[in-house]
Design a protein around this ligand. Structure first.
Ligand code: NAD
Ligand code: UD1
Length: 341
Protein backbone atom coordinates (compact mmCIF):
# COMPACT_ATOMS: atom_id res chain seq x y z
CA UNK A 1 0.00 0.00 0.00
CA UNK A 2 1.04 3.63 -0.46
CA UNK A 3 0.71 5.25 2.96
CA UNK A 4 0.90 9.02 3.61
CA UNK A 5 2.04 9.64 7.19
CA UNK A 6 1.61 13.08 8.76
CA UNK A 7 3.82 13.61 11.81
CA UNK A 8 5.87 10.54 10.87
CA UNK A 9 9.10 11.88 12.39
CA UNK A 10 7.54 12.00 15.86
CA UNK A 11 7.65 9.45 18.66
CA UNK A 12 4.78 7.18 17.65
CA UNK A 13 5.12 7.96 13.93
CA UNK A 14 8.76 6.88 13.71
CA UNK A 15 8.02 3.52 15.37
CA UNK A 16 5.12 2.98 12.99
CA UNK A 17 7.31 3.80 9.97
CA UNK A 18 9.69 0.97 10.91
CA UNK A 19 6.84 -1.54 10.75
CA UNK A 20 5.26 -0.04 7.62
CA UNK A 21 8.57 -0.23 5.73
CA UNK A 22 9.34 -3.72 7.05
CA UNK A 23 5.93 -4.86 5.78
CA UNK A 24 6.76 -3.53 2.30
CA UNK A 25 4.53 -0.45 2.26
CA UNK A 26 5.59 2.65 0.33
CA UNK A 27 5.68 5.65 2.65
CA UNK A 28 5.57 9.44 2.32
CA UNK A 29 6.09 11.43 5.55
CA UNK A 30 4.75 14.97 5.91
CA UNK A 31 6.14 16.76 8.99
CA UNK A 32 7.27 20.26 9.93
CA UNK A 33 9.62 18.92 12.67
CA UNK A 34 8.19 21.32 15.25
CA UNK A 35 8.48 18.58 17.87
CA UNK A 36 10.81 16.09 16.19
CA UNK A 37 14.01 15.73 14.22
CA UNK A 38 14.80 14.57 10.68
CA UNK A 39 17.45 12.46 12.44
CA UNK A 40 14.63 10.10 13.46
CA UNK A 41 13.85 9.48 9.78
CA UNK A 42 17.54 8.85 9.04
CA UNK A 43 17.54 6.21 11.77
CA UNK A 44 14.33 4.64 10.47
CA UNK A 45 16.03 4.30 7.07
CA UNK A 46 19.08 2.70 8.73
CA UNK A 47 17.00 0.31 10.84
CA UNK A 48 14.90 -0.92 7.93
CA UNK A 49 17.40 -0.51 5.12
CA UNK A 50 14.56 1.02 3.12
CA UNK A 51 13.91 4.48 1.80
CA UNK A 52 10.95 6.76 2.28
CA UNK A 53 9.91 10.14 0.91
CA UNK A 54 9.94 13.01 3.42
CA UNK A 55 8.25 16.37 2.86
CA UNK A 56 9.00 19.29 5.18
CA UNK A 57 5.49 20.74 5.38
CA UNK A 58 2.87 22.09 7.75
CA UNK A 59 -0.65 20.63 7.95
CA UNK A 60 -1.97 24.17 8.50
CA UNK A 61 -0.86 24.87 4.91
CA UNK A 62 -3.80 23.48 2.90
CA UNK A 63 -2.13 24.04 -0.48
CA UNK A 64 1.04 22.22 0.52
CA UNK A 65 -1.00 19.24 1.76
CA UNK A 66 -3.10 19.18 -1.41
CA UNK A 67 0.02 19.17 -3.61
CA UNK A 68 1.70 16.47 -1.52
CA UNK A 69 -1.31 14.14 -1.61
CA UNK A 70 -1.89 14.74 -5.33
CA UNK A 71 1.76 13.87 -6.06
CA UNK A 72 1.93 10.77 -3.86
CA UNK A 73 -1.61 9.46 -4.55
CA UNK A 74 -1.84 7.35 -1.38
CA UNK A 75 -4.12 4.39 -0.67
CA UNK A 76 -4.33 5.38 2.99
CA UNK A 77 -3.34 8.16 5.39
CA UNK A 78 -2.12 7.82 8.97
CA UNK A 79 -2.56 11.16 10.71
CA UNK A 80 -0.17 11.59 13.66
CA UNK A 81 0.67 15.29 13.22
CA UNK A 82 -0.60 17.37 16.10
CA UNK A 83 0.22 19.22 19.28
CA UNK A 84 -0.14 17.12 22.42
CA UNK A 85 0.77 18.92 25.66
CA UNK A 86 -2.22 19.44 27.95
CA UNK A 87 -0.68 22.31 29.92
CA UNK A 88 0.38 24.15 26.77
CA UNK A 89 -3.12 23.71 25.34
CA UNK A 90 -4.54 25.64 28.31
CA UNK A 91 -2.07 28.48 27.66
CA UNK A 92 -2.45 28.62 23.84
CA UNK A 93 -5.75 27.00 22.86
CA UNK A 94 -5.98 28.60 19.41
CA UNK A 95 -2.68 27.06 18.33
CA UNK A 96 -4.11 23.68 19.36
CA UNK A 97 -7.38 24.17 17.47
CA UNK A 98 -5.51 25.42 14.38
CA UNK A 99 -3.13 22.48 14.22
CA UNK A 100 -5.32 19.68 15.52
CA UNK A 101 -8.71 20.65 14.09
CA UNK A 102 -8.03 22.91 11.08
CA UNK A 103 -5.04 20.75 10.16
CA UNK A 104 -7.29 17.68 10.14
CA UNK A 105 -9.88 19.48 7.98
CA UNK A 106 -7.13 20.49 5.53
CA UNK A 107 -5.99 16.90 5.37
CA UNK A 108 -9.48 15.53 4.64
CA UNK A 109 -9.98 18.13 1.88
CA UNK A 110 -6.64 17.17 0.35
CA UNK A 111 -7.65 13.49 0.57
CA UNK A 112 -10.90 14.30 -1.25
CA UNK A 113 -8.95 16.04 -4.02
CA UNK A 114 -6.60 13.04 -4.30
CA UNK A 115 -9.52 10.55 -4.05
CA UNK A 116 -8.03 8.89 -0.97
CA UNK A 117 -10.75 7.40 1.20
CA UNK A 118 -8.95 5.78 4.16
CA UNK A 119 -7.64 7.44 7.28
CA UNK A 120 -6.28 6.23 10.61
CA UNK A 121 -6.29 9.02 13.20
CA UNK A 122 -4.27 9.46 16.42
CA UNK A 123 -6.87 10.14 19.05
CA UNK A 124 -6.46 9.81 22.79
CA UNK A 125 -8.16 8.27 25.81
CA UNK A 126 -8.19 11.82 27.12
CA UNK A 127 -11.40 12.34 25.08
CA UNK A 128 -13.27 10.34 27.75
CA UNK A 129 -12.49 12.82 30.55
CA UNK A 130 -13.53 11.78 34.05
CA UNK A 131 -14.26 8.03 34.27
CA UNK A 132 -17.95 7.28 34.88
CA UNK A 133 -16.96 3.60 34.98
CA UNK A 134 -13.91 1.45 34.26
CA UNK A 135 -12.56 0.05 32.09
CA UNK A 136 -13.23 2.77 29.52
CA UNK A 137 -15.07 1.22 26.58
CA UNK A 138 -15.68 3.05 23.31
CA UNK A 139 -19.29 3.82 24.31
CA UNK A 140 -18.16 5.74 27.40
CA UNK A 141 -19.32 9.38 27.08
CA UNK A 142 -16.84 11.70 25.40
CA UNK A 143 -16.35 14.65 27.75
CA UNK A 144 -12.79 16.00 27.63
CA UNK A 145 -11.67 18.32 30.41
CA UNK A 146 -9.00 20.42 28.67
CA UNK A 147 -8.44 22.18 25.29
CA UNK A 148 -6.13 19.42 23.98
CA UNK A 149 -8.79 16.80 24.66
CA UNK A 150 -11.45 18.96 23.05
CA UNK A 151 -9.37 19.32 19.87
CA UNK A 152 -9.10 15.53 19.68
CA UNK A 153 -12.84 15.05 20.26
CA UNK A 154 -13.61 17.70 17.61
CA UNK A 155 -11.24 16.16 15.08
CA UNK A 156 -12.91 12.78 15.71
CA UNK A 157 -16.29 14.40 14.97
CA UNK A 158 -15.04 16.04 11.77
CA UNK A 159 -13.59 12.74 10.55
CA UNK A 160 -16.79 10.84 11.44
CA UNK A 161 -18.93 13.35 9.50
CA UNK A 162 -16.53 13.18 6.54
CA UNK A 163 -16.75 9.37 6.56
CA UNK A 164 -20.55 9.51 6.59
CA UNK A 165 -20.65 11.96 3.68
CA UNK A 166 -17.97 10.31 1.53
CA UNK A 167 -18.90 7.20 -0.44
CA UNK A 168 -16.67 4.19 0.33
CA UNK A 169 -14.78 6.09 3.04
CA UNK A 170 -13.19 4.32 5.98
CA UNK A 171 -11.89 5.97 9.13
CA UNK A 172 -10.35 4.44 12.24
CA UNK A 173 -10.04 6.67 15.31
CA UNK A 174 -7.41 5.07 17.53
CA UNK A 175 -7.78 6.18 21.14
CA UNK A 176 -4.32 5.65 22.63
CA UNK A 177 -3.92 5.12 26.34
CA UNK A 178 -0.35 5.80 27.63
CA UNK A 179 2.32 5.04 25.00
CA UNK A 180 5.79 4.35 26.44
CA UNK A 181 9.01 2.49 25.57
CA UNK A 182 11.11 2.46 22.45
CA UNK A 183 12.28 0.28 19.57
CA UNK A 184 14.38 -2.61 20.90
CA UNK A 185 17.44 -1.37 18.98
CA UNK A 186 17.62 1.77 21.16
CA UNK A 187 18.02 3.82 17.95
CA UNK A 188 14.63 5.58 18.05
CA UNK A 189 12.57 6.65 21.04
CA UNK A 190 10.75 9.48 22.76
CA UNK A 191 12.73 12.75 22.79
CA UNK A 192 10.70 15.33 24.72
CA UNK A 193 11.76 18.97 24.60
CA UNK A 194 12.30 20.64 28.00
CA UNK A 195 10.94 19.14 31.21
CA UNK A 196 8.92 16.00 30.42
CA UNK A 197 5.22 16.23 31.32
CA UNK A 198 4.69 12.50 31.32
CA UNK A 199 5.83 9.92 33.83
CA UNK A 200 7.97 7.49 31.82
CA UNK A 201 10.25 10.07 30.12
CA UNK A 202 10.70 11.80 33.48
CA UNK A 203 11.67 8.52 35.16
CA UNK A 204 14.05 7.79 32.27
CA UNK A 205 15.79 11.15 32.73
CA UNK A 206 16.17 10.56 36.47
CA UNK A 207 17.59 7.10 35.76
CA UNK A 208 20.20 8.52 33.38
CA UNK A 209 21.16 11.35 35.76
CA UNK A 210 19.66 14.28 33.84
CA UNK A 211 17.26 15.03 36.73
CA UNK A 212 17.67 14.55 40.47
CA UNK A 213 14.43 12.89 41.46
CA UNK A 214 10.91 12.11 40.43
CA UNK A 215 7.96 13.84 42.09
CA UNK A 216 5.14 11.33 42.55
CA UNK A 217 1.97 13.34 42.21
CA UNK A 218 -0.08 12.00 45.11
CA UNK A 219 -0.04 8.73 47.07
CA UNK A 220 -3.54 8.97 48.53
CA UNK A 221 -5.60 7.80 45.55
CA UNK A 222 -7.92 4.83 45.86
CA UNK A 223 -5.55 2.42 44.15
CA UNK A 224 -3.46 -0.58 45.29
CA UNK A 225 -0.63 1.60 46.65
CA UNK A 226 -2.24 5.04 46.59
CA UNK A 227 -0.49 6.26 43.40
CA UNK A 228 -2.18 6.93 40.05
CA UNK A 229 -2.94 3.95 37.83
CA UNK A 230 -2.63 4.07 34.02
CA UNK A 231 -2.76 1.71 31.03
CA UNK A 232 0.80 1.93 29.65
CA UNK A 233 1.20 0.50 26.17
CA UNK A 234 4.50 -0.34 24.47
CA UNK A 235 4.99 1.93 21.46
CA UNK A 236 5.96 -1.11 19.37
CA UNK A 237 2.58 -2.72 20.14
CA UNK A 238 0.92 0.61 19.36
CA UNK A 239 2.73 0.81 16.02
CA UNK A 240 1.44 -2.67 15.16
CA UNK A 241 -2.11 -1.46 15.89
CA UNK A 242 -1.70 1.08 13.06
CA UNK A 243 -0.78 -1.61 10.56
CA UNK A 244 -3.81 -3.60 11.68
CA UNK A 245 -5.93 -0.45 11.33
CA UNK A 246 -4.90 0.30 7.73
CA UNK A 247 -5.69 -3.33 6.93
CA UNK A 248 -9.10 -2.97 8.57
CA UNK A 249 -9.76 0.31 6.71
CA UNK A 250 -9.05 -1.48 3.43
CA UNK A 251 -11.82 -4.04 4.06
CA UNK A 252 -14.46 -2.05 5.97
CA UNK A 253 -16.36 1.18 5.36
CA UNK A 254 -17.57 3.72 7.91
CA UNK A 255 -15.97 5.18 11.03
CA UNK A 256 -14.89 3.30 14.15
CA UNK A 257 -13.40 4.58 17.41
CA UNK A 258 -11.13 1.91 18.89
CA UNK A 259 -9.22 1.89 22.19
CA UNK A 260 -5.57 0.98 22.04
CA UNK A 261 -4.30 -0.21 25.40
CA UNK A 262 -3.39 -3.36 27.30
CA UNK A 263 -6.47 -3.38 29.53
CA UNK A 264 -4.21 -3.45 32.62
CA UNK A 265 -3.55 -0.63 35.05
CA UNK A 266 -0.06 -0.04 36.47
CA UNK A 267 0.56 2.37 39.34
CA UNK A 268 3.30 4.99 39.46
CA UNK A 269 5.16 3.03 42.14
CA UNK A 270 4.88 -0.19 40.11
CA UNK A 271 6.27 1.58 37.05
CA UNK A 272 9.18 3.00 39.06
CA UNK A 273 9.95 -0.49 40.43
CA UNK A 274 9.92 -1.94 36.89
CA UNK A 275 12.26 0.83 35.72
CA UNK A 276 14.65 0.09 38.59
CA UNK A 277 14.77 -3.55 37.44
CA UNK A 278 15.56 -2.36 33.91
CA UNK A 279 18.30 0.14 34.74
CA UNK A 280 19.76 -1.74 37.69
CA UNK A 281 19.80 1.09 40.21
CA UNK A 282 17.28 2.91 42.45
CA UNK A 283 15.22 5.82 41.09
CA UNK A 284 15.07 8.68 43.63
CA UNK A 285 11.59 10.02 44.27
CA UNK A 286 9.58 12.11 46.69
CA UNK A 287 5.84 12.23 47.16
CA UNK A 288 4.37 15.57 46.07
CA UNK A 289 0.81 16.93 45.99
CA UNK A 290 -1.65 15.61 43.43
CA UNK A 291 -1.42 17.18 39.94
CA UNK A 292 -4.61 19.15 39.25
CA UNK A 293 -6.87 17.39 36.77
CA UNK A 294 -5.40 13.90 37.37
CA UNK A 295 -7.68 10.92 37.85
CA UNK A 296 -6.97 7.93 40.10
CA UNK A 297 -7.26 5.24 37.43
CA UNK A 298 -7.56 4.90 33.67
CA UNK A 299 -7.46 1.70 31.63
CA UNK A 300 -8.97 0.40 28.44
CA UNK A 301 -11.55 -2.16 27.45
CA UNK A 302 -9.69 -3.95 24.66
CA UNK A 303 -12.28 -6.30 23.16
CA UNK A 304 -13.26 -3.98 20.28
CA UNK A 305 -9.63 -3.78 19.09
CA UNK A 306 -9.31 -7.56 19.31
CA UNK A 307 -12.58 -8.08 17.42
CA UNK A 308 -12.16 -5.52 14.60
CA UNK A 309 -8.40 -5.30 14.21
CA UNK A 310 -7.45 -8.83 15.32
CA UNK A 311 -4.76 -7.09 17.32
CA UNK A 312 -3.74 -7.22 20.96
CA UNK A 313 -0.66 -6.18 22.91
CA UNK A 314 2.24 -8.59 23.32
CA UNK A 315 4.81 -6.65 25.37
CA UNK A 316 4.78 -6.22 29.16
CA UNK A 317 5.95 -3.47 31.48
CA UNK A 318 9.44 -4.95 31.77
CA UNK A 319 9.85 -4.79 27.99
CA UNK A 320 8.55 -1.19 28.07
CA UNK A 321 11.12 -0.15 30.69
CA UNK A 322 14.03 -2.14 29.22
CA UNK A 323 13.54 -0.58 25.78
CA UNK A 324 13.09 2.92 27.22
CA UNK A 325 16.30 2.48 29.22
CA UNK A 326 18.26 1.30 26.21
CA UNK A 327 17.14 4.35 24.22
CA UNK A 328 17.73 6.76 27.12
CA UNK A 329 21.13 5.41 28.16
CA UNK A 330 22.45 5.24 24.58
CA UNK A 331 21.01 8.67 23.66
CA UNK A 332 21.09 10.62 26.95
CA UNK A 333 20.43 13.92 25.16
CA UNK A 334 17.97 12.53 22.62
CA UNK A 335 18.52 12.90 18.88
CA UNK A 336 21.58 14.81 17.67
CA UNK A 337 21.03 18.05 15.77
CA UNK A 338 21.07 18.01 11.99
CA UNK A 339 19.34 15.86 9.44
CA UNK A 340 21.71 12.90 9.28
CA UNK A 341 23.24 10.81 12.01
P1 NAD B 1 5.16 13.84 18.61
O1 NAD B 1 5.10 15.28 18.98
O2 NAD B 1 6.40 13.09 18.86
O3 NAD B 1 4.77 13.67 17.06
C1 NAD B 1 3.91 14.56 16.39
C2 NAD B 1 4.58 14.93 15.08
O4 NAD B 1 3.74 15.86 14.38
C3 NAD B 1 5.93 15.61 15.28
O5 NAD B 1 6.89 15.02 14.42
C4 NAD B 1 5.66 17.06 14.91
O6 NAD B 1 6.81 17.69 14.38
C5 NAD B 1 4.54 16.91 13.89
N1 NAD B 1 3.70 18.10 13.76
C6 NAD B 1 3.14 18.83 14.75
N2 NAD B 1 2.47 19.88 14.23
C7 NAD B 1 2.59 19.79 12.88
C8 NAD B 1 2.12 20.57 11.80
N3 NAD B 1 1.42 21.70 12.01
N4 NAD B 1 2.42 20.19 10.54
C9 NAD B 1 3.17 19.07 10.33
N5 NAD B 1 3.66 18.30 11.31
C10 NAD B 1 3.38 18.66 12.57
O7 NAD B 1 3.93 13.14 19.32
P2 NAD B 1 3.53 11.60 19.42
O8 NAD B 1 3.64 11.23 20.85
O9 NAD B 1 4.25 10.79 18.41
O10 NAD B 1 1.98 11.70 19.10
C11 NAD B 1 1.47 11.49 17.80
C12 NAD B 1 -0.02 11.72 17.83
O11 NAD B 1 -0.62 10.88 18.80
C13 NAD B 1 -0.42 13.15 18.21
O12 NAD B 1 -1.52 13.54 17.41
C14 NAD B 1 -0.85 13.02 19.67
O13 NAD B 1 -1.81 13.99 20.02
C15 NAD B 1 -1.42 11.62 19.69
N6 NAD B 1 -1.38 11.00 21.02
C16 NAD B 1 -0.17 10.88 21.66
C17 NAD B 1 -0.13 10.32 22.93
C18 NAD B 1 1.18 10.19 23.69
O14 NAD B 1 1.15 10.01 24.90
N7 NAD B 1 2.34 10.27 23.05
C19 NAD B 1 -1.31 9.88 23.55
C20 NAD B 1 -2.51 10.00 22.86
C21 NAD B 1 -2.52 10.57 21.58
C1 UD1 C 1 -1.27 12.51 30.19
C2 UD1 C 1 -2.12 13.61 29.61
C3 UD1 C 1 -3.21 13.02 28.75
C4 UD1 C 1 -2.64 12.08 27.69
C5 UD1 C 1 -1.85 11.00 28.41
C6 UD1 C 1 -1.22 9.99 27.45
C7 UD1 C 1 -1.95 15.37 31.29
C8 UD1 C 1 -2.66 16.12 32.38
N1 UD1 C 1 -2.65 14.40 30.70
O1 UD1 C 1 -2.07 11.85 31.13
O2 UD1 C 1 -3.93 14.04 28.10
O3 UD1 C 1 -3.66 11.50 26.92
O4 UD1 C 1 -0.81 11.62 29.17
O5 UD1 C 1 -0.02 10.40 26.98
O6 UD1 C 1 -0.82 15.67 30.95
N2 UD1 C 1 3.06 11.34 37.36
C9 UD1 C 1 3.87 11.57 38.46
N3 UD1 C 1 4.98 12.35 38.30
C10 UD1 C 1 5.31 12.92 37.09
C11 UD1 C 1 4.47 12.69 35.98
C12 UD1 C 1 3.35 11.90 36.16
O7 UD1 C 1 3.61 11.07 39.54
O8 UD1 C 1 6.34 13.63 37.03
C13 UD1 C 1 1.87 10.47 37.52
C14 UD1 C 1 0.55 11.13 37.20
O9 UD1 C 1 0.00 11.74 38.32
C15 UD1 C 1 -0.26 9.91 36.72
C16 UD1 C 1 0.79 9.01 36.06
O10 UD1 C 1 2.04 9.41 36.60
O11 UD1 C 1 -0.82 9.24 37.82
C17 UD1 C 1 0.84 9.13 34.55
O12 UD1 C 1 1.01 10.49 34.20
P1 UD1 C 1 1.24 10.93 32.66
O13 UD1 C 1 2.36 10.15 32.10
O14 UD1 C 1 1.36 12.41 32.64
O15 UD1 C 1 -0.08 10.43 31.91
P2 UD1 C 1 -1.63 10.80 32.17
O16 UD1 C 1 -1.81 11.42 33.49
O17 UD1 C 1 -2.40 9.57 31.90
Amino acid sequence: MKVFVTGGAGYIGSHTLVQLLAAGHEVCVFDNYCNSSPAALARVRQLTNRDLTAIDGDIRDADALTRALADFAPDAVIHFAGLKAVGESNAMPLAYYQTNVTGTMNLLAAMDAAECRRIVFSSSATVYGEARYLPFDEDHPVAPTNPYGRTKAMAEGVIADWATATPAASAVLLRYFNPVGAHESGRIGEDPQGIPNNLMPFVAQVAVGRRDKLAIFGDDYETRDGTGERDYIHVVDLAAAHLAAIGYAARAEGCQAINVGTGQGITVKELVAAYERACGHPIAYEVAPRRPGDVASSYAATDKAERLLQWRTALDVDAMCASSWRWQSENPDGYPGGAED
